[in-house]
Design a protein around this ligand. Structure first.
Ligand code: SF4
Length: 560
């Protein structure tokens, strides 16, 4: 164990004749469990495979993917932690100048549709190599999907990339299975958590058969109906006829607590690769003292990719594993005494479980009301943070991820003063909107009144003699949102927050999300209701800017 080779010199030093697996990523390589390529590299390495990484290849230079020669088993290809179109463009389709996943925040060799471009580049050089694609870009484009940047419906990325297999969601389990099969000269087939193009499929099982991909692309009603089937059947094999073959998705294996713990205990360097020579990678700087406590999010918000990527059921790490990770952070020379987060997609969902043992056909555990099977435990999360705080050399523990404030308050409002001890001046919440219709389209009806929360928060911080603020995230241009509802939101938030700072992001319909389906078809596939979406760029800009005129807040970068 040591660093994962990412340069020719490092590769030479290993003495290997050939790597077993070569990972190609659009991001700079950061050896930390928050970075997908690092997790996959370390998981494979632990199994005994020789892994090398090519980071940020130049798609105009074929030699950039030949530096280690071809791998013995496969190339693993990802755009990085974010979809390459989202990395490159703002909500208003302007090129971004910054890049938090590159050294010094400056984009390096970024390209549109990176997964497809990288696959083509590899194919040009190594026609016979086996290609596995994964990460958020592949995952959220695995079936037909609306693509905001071309304003069109695109076919599965498996067809355009010509990859042999697509790993969706969190890929640790699937990637090992693929590697093990190829290592014994078998062709990977029917691997949980993957999708592939096949000439036939096993019709014996309880298979969900979709309509032809072509008809989903051409007809909005068929698009909508088939999306619904994908959304509600993630636990089944889903088959779609494409180009006289079949796109087959095999349901993902859900990691157990032991399995997830073991991922975080892999020997990560917890640093960017030394080749960056100490240059700062903002995405790493942001999380270098933070601990991920769980995966998944029960909210099922329509605009968010997490439901289709990590799933709605929460898998929490054990306290032992989290404390062990905290201990390994504390030992770093660069540790400042401040653990900046113990959280996940929604910080206070740590320890949440679903007690239902049968199939679930809901699209959110919290919308339109809280599901009776959802068991949350706010105290468990707070106790965990106390335990981390008691560790030697830890001076502060704060909550960096967003808080599902309404769930917290509805569960245990009396814990608010204790929670305030764990904020560093600002508490981040994401009400997203104040209009009921927009919130319904978002699947985000608050379980607790925002106004009451703001009052109780202000009272609690006053009692403690602190000057703490709420940072509230809002969204413009989501389906259902109009100039009128934004005006109302501006007035309402001004009344609640006065001139406190806040953030507004302009909505981006991310591939395969429920919001993207509503945006494209003009209809909510689950309710059948017609929903207005602003599509004109000037009017979108007006909707977005209007809020700032009303409030004088900060511009979001439209990244969500
Ligand atoms: S049964 Fe309830 S708690 Fe469980 S996943 Fe479904 S909605 Fe969530």
């Amino acid at each position: 164990m040591g660093i994962i080779p990412a340069t020719f010199e490092e590769f030479k030093k290993t003495g290997w004749k050939q790597a077993d697996v070569i990972l190609i990523s659009g991001d700079a390589y950061v050896d930390h469990p928050a970075f997908g390529a690092a997790v996959i590299a370390r998981v494979l390495e632990k199994r005994g495979y020789k892994v090398a990484v090519i980071d940020q290849p130049d798609v105009n230079d074929p030699a950039s993917v030949t530096v280690f020669g071809p791998p013995r088993l496969f190339f693993g290809i990802t755009s990085g932690n974010v979809d390459s179109m989202l990395t490159r463009y703002t909500a208003f389709k302007k090129i971004r100048n910054d890049d938090p996943f590159s050294p010094d925040n400056v984009p390096v060799n970024r390209c549109d549709r990176a997964v497809i471009r990288y696959c083509n580049l590899v194919k040009q050089n190594y026609k016979e190599s086996y290609l596995v694609i994964g990460g958020i870009e592949a995952s959220m484009r695995r079936f037909f999907h609306y693509d905001y940047w071309s304003n069109s419906v695109r076919r599965s990325i498996l067809l355009d990339s010509r990859a042999d297999m697509l790993v969706f969601g969190m890929g640790e389990h699937a990637i090992l299975k693929i590697a093990d099969e190829l290592n014994t000269n078998k062709k990977p087939f029917a691997v949980s958590g993957t999708a592939a193009i096949q000439s036939e499929y096993d019709n014996q099982n309880d298979v969900i058969l979709l309509d032809e991909e072509k008809s989903c692309i051409e007809d909005k009603n068929i698009f909508s109906e088939n999306f619904k089937r994908i959304y509600l059947n993630s636990d089944k094999v889903i088959v779609q006829p494409v180009d006289r073959r079949f796109l087959v998705q095999y349901p993902a294996h859900v990691l157990s607590q032991n399995e997830i713990d073991s991922v975080y205990e892999l020997p990560f360097e917890r640093l960017p690769h030394p080749k960056y020579d100490g240059r700062k990678i903002p995405a790493f700087e942001m999380i270098k003292f933070s601990i991920n406590s769980h995966r998944g999010c029960a909210s099922g918000c329509a605009f968010c990719s997490i439901y289709l990527h990590q799933g709605r059921r929460i898998i929490s790490r054990s306290e032992k594993s989290i404390l062990k990770e905290a201990d390994s952070i504390i030992r770093r020379r660069y540790f400042t005494g401040h653990i900046t987060d113990v959280g996940g997609p929604s910080a206070n969902m740590y320890g949440t479980v679903c007690t239902n043992e049968s199939r679930c056909l809901r699209i959110s555990c919290l919308f339109p009301d809280r599901c009776k099977y959802l068991k949350t435990d706010q105290q468990k999360w707070i106790s965990l943070m106390h335990k981390v705080k008691r560790l030697d050399k830890v001076k502060h523990v704060t909550v960096g991820s967003g808080l599902r404030y309404d769930l917290f308050m509805r569960d245990n409002a009396s814990l608010l003063p204790e929670l305030i001890e764990f904020i560093s001046g600002q508490m981040k919440i994401a009400p997203e909107h104040t209009d009921e219709k927009v919130l319904a389209a978002m699947r985000k009806k608050p379980l607790y009144k925002l106004e009451d929360f703001v009052k109780e928060f202000n009272t609690a911080v006053k009692k403690k003699g602190k000057k703490y603020y709420i940072i509230s995230y809002f969204m413009s241009n989501h389906p259902g949102s109009s100039l009128k509802s934004m005006e109302a939101m501006g007035a309402e938030t001004e009344r609640l927050f006065k001139f406190q700072p806040d953030q507004v992001q302009s909505f981006i319909p991310l591939p395969m999300t429920l919001s993207s389906v509503i945006y494209h078809t003009g209809k909510d596939p689950f309710t059948g209701e017609t929903v207005f979406s602003e599509k004109d760029t000037d009017r979108k800009r007006r909707q977005h800017m209007l809020f700032f005129k009303t409030k004088g807040g900060h511009h979001g970068n439209g990244a969500r």
